[in-house]
Ligand binder design. Structure first.
Ligand SMILES: [Ca+2]
Ligand SMILES: [Ca+2]
Ligand SMILES: [Ca+2]
Ligand SMILES: [Ca+2]
Length: 282
């Protein structure tokens, strides 16, 4: 071809087509923009005719905004292309023409001396492909000073309205707090304020019996605490004793442990009248 710009017609033989590109990417750029799944796919960036029979030219546009209230703005643009490219910022060529996917083109421009402008900016990349897979990857670093206050929005990964930093379950949209720290969120926890004691307390009395977890978030002590408002001491002792008996029947505790729990209940002041003050008993 007489007007060939290149000394060769290198056919890029892709190791993989689609997700992967056999040339490296710009640091900070995650992938090549080259969405073709086959070389016959013409509805995507970067497919020259298979076999490299013809040069083709593609134009890729990157649009970005420089906020009006920014000053001292600079841009650093880095790109790699397959096979070659020239880069234009708002119509002016910037950087040097690059050839080869592992060659990097960079340019640095500022508002004061370059083609960069407040408002909408266009980077146009004139890409040339000589056959086979093609594509582009790039990175833009835009820096500037803003007179407007910067609002920092904390990330909220699960979208429950509670930012990650104060969300006890940052990946569970149904939970955000665990008041008793038993790793069951308050919404699912049948007892939000379980005691973290290793042994079962009946009132102030430590029974010495292990505080077993009966169901997620629910412990022996939670069920005993439910009887705390019993009006009469006798009723309270009876209720605790019946519960301990159930646990024994279910094989959760021994007869001895049942006795310890019941004994603690009997010693407790729960349901007993307030001690009288000032007047002695007859
Ligand atoms: Ca959250
Ligand atoms: Ca959450
Ligand atoms: Ca909990
Ligand atoms: Ca609990």
């Amino acid at each position: 071809m007489a007007d060939c710009l290149h000394t060769c017609k290198a056919v890029v033989a892709p190791a993989t087509i689609g997700d992967g590109h056999d040339w490296s990417t710009v640091p900070g750029a995650s992938q090549w923009i080259s969405a073709c799944t086959t070389l016959d796919d013409v509805d995507c960036i970067g497919v020259g005719p298979a076999g490299g029979k013809d040069d083709i030219v593609m134009w890729y546009r990157i649009q970005f905004d420089v906020p009006a209230n920014w000053s001292d703005v600079t841009i650093d643009f880095t790109t790699k292309v397959d096979n070659a490219a020239s880069v234009f910022l708002n119509g002016n060529q910037v950087g040097t023409r690059i050839i080869g996917g592992n060659h990097v083109s960079t340019f640095h421009e500022s508002l004061s001396n370059g083609s960069l402008q407040a408002g909408t900016n266009n980077i146009i990349v004139r890409m040339e492909d000589w056959g086979g897979l093609s594509g582009i990857n790039y990175r833009i670093d835009l820096n500037g000073l803003s007179t407007a206050p910067i609002v920092v929005i904390e990330p909220d990964s699960d979208g429950d309205g509670v930012p990650n930093s104060s969300d006890a379950f940052p990946n569970d949209p149904n939970e955000w707090a665990d008041s008793d720290g038993d790793e069951i969120g308050d919404n699912a926890d049948p007892f939000d304020n379980s005691s973290d004691s290793a042994t079962v307390f009946v009132g102030d009395c430590d029974s010495g019996v292990g505080n077993q977890e009966m169901a997620p978030g629910a412990y022996f002590s939670d069920f005993i605490a439910e009887f705390g408002d019993s009006a009469l001491h006798g009723n309270y002792v009876g209720a605790v004793s019946a519960l301990a008996n159930e646990w024994k029947k279910d094989g959760l505790i021994s007869g001895r442990d049942k006795g310890k729990i019941t004994s603690c209940a009997a010693q407790s002041d729960t349901g007993k009248p307030e001690p009288s003050k000032g007047k002695g008993k007859k």
